[in-house]
Design a protein around this ligand. Structure first.
Ligand code: NAP
Length: 247
């Protein structure tokens, strides 16, 4: 399905990004596993993909750093000559109530989640415009970014910003045959949600019509579809994958 496509996935050492990397590699893509701190997890994922006959390399880069992203994307284009798929998945939370939120916790969440997304698309879109073809998608959050969430003002602001970025980029790049969409998960079982208390988890499940958290592999299926030619007529959309939580 993605034969020999060059797929850059940010924050792919763990969670949803790792599941997307595996799924894309199983479907023939050459995946670039970006990570920031989890070197062992990233290398283990690369080894797992290669053992199964897939193609993968790791690349350390802090997506919140504009200059490092220029080098990161530049190195990939130099090495492979193109970028077919860009998945802006890297994300963090630094939860806290607004009145006590530290400035650094606001800044770091905006810098990784929103500016990091800008940084990578800023450089990768250049390569895609030359190719006159590309697939880009961002990671939004169906709950926090749309309805807001107490204790997540920084995260909600970063994810709401991604909606504007998705739609503007989709309009700018459509004439070059580049699709830009956003995936909006609800609650997915990863390190990001593992720290939630049982009480919060049960409360959340009570608001999910399908009655459970999603699995990273389920999100990866949507990512595969959005990376393939099957989604060529979809752009500028925010697609919820949340068990029906936000309708
Ligand atoms: P996760 O398990 O916590 O993994 C986060 C990934 O982001 C890790 O691979 C991490 O790499 C990477 N990362 C963090 N800071 C980075 C930086 N500065 N530069 C490069 N990579 C960085 O998260 P997840 O649950 O898979 O979430 C993935 C995306 O989905 C995020 O954008 C998140 O906001 C969104 N989302 C998740 C949920 C959910 O319920 N899980 C719901 C809605 C939206 P290192 O460990 O190497 O630093």
């Amino acid at each position: 399905m993605l034969n020999e496509k060059i797929a850059v996935i940010t924050g792919a050492s763990r969670g949803i990004g790792a599941a997307i990397a595996k799924k894309m590699a199983e479907n023939g893509a050459n995946v670039i596993i970006n990570y920031q701190g989890s070197v062992q997890a990233a290398q283990a994922l690369e080894a797992e993909i290669r053992e199964k006959g897939g193609k993968a390399v790791t690349y350390k880069c802090d997506v919140s750093d504009f200059d490092k992203c220029e080098k990161f994307i530049g190195d990939i284009v130099k090495e492979y000559g193109r970028i077919d798929i860009l998945v802006n998945n890297a994300g963090i939370t630094r939860d806290g109530l607004l009145m006590g939120m530290k400035e650094e916790d606001f800044d770091s969440v905006i810098n990784v989640n929103l500016k990091g997304t800008f940084n990578t698309i800023r450089f990768a879109s250049r390569a895609m415009v030359k190719q006159r073809k590309g697939k880009i998608f961002f990671f939004h959050s169906s709950v926090s970014g749309v309805t807001g969430n107490a204790g997540q003002a920084n995260y909600s602001a970063s994810k709401a910003g991604i909606i504007g970025l998705t739609k503007s980029a989709a309009r700018e790049l459509a004439s070059r045959n580049i699709n830009v969409n956003a995936i909006a998960p609800g609650f997915v079982d990863t390190d990001m949600t593992i720290t939630l208390s049982d009480k919060v988890k049960e409360g959340a499940k009570g608001q999910i019509p399908l009655g459970r958290f999603g699995k990273p592999e389920e999100v990866a299926e949507l990512a595969l579809f959005l990376s393939s030619e099957k989604s060529d007529y979809i752009t500028g959309q925010v697609i919820n994958i949340d068990g029906g939580m936000v309708m």
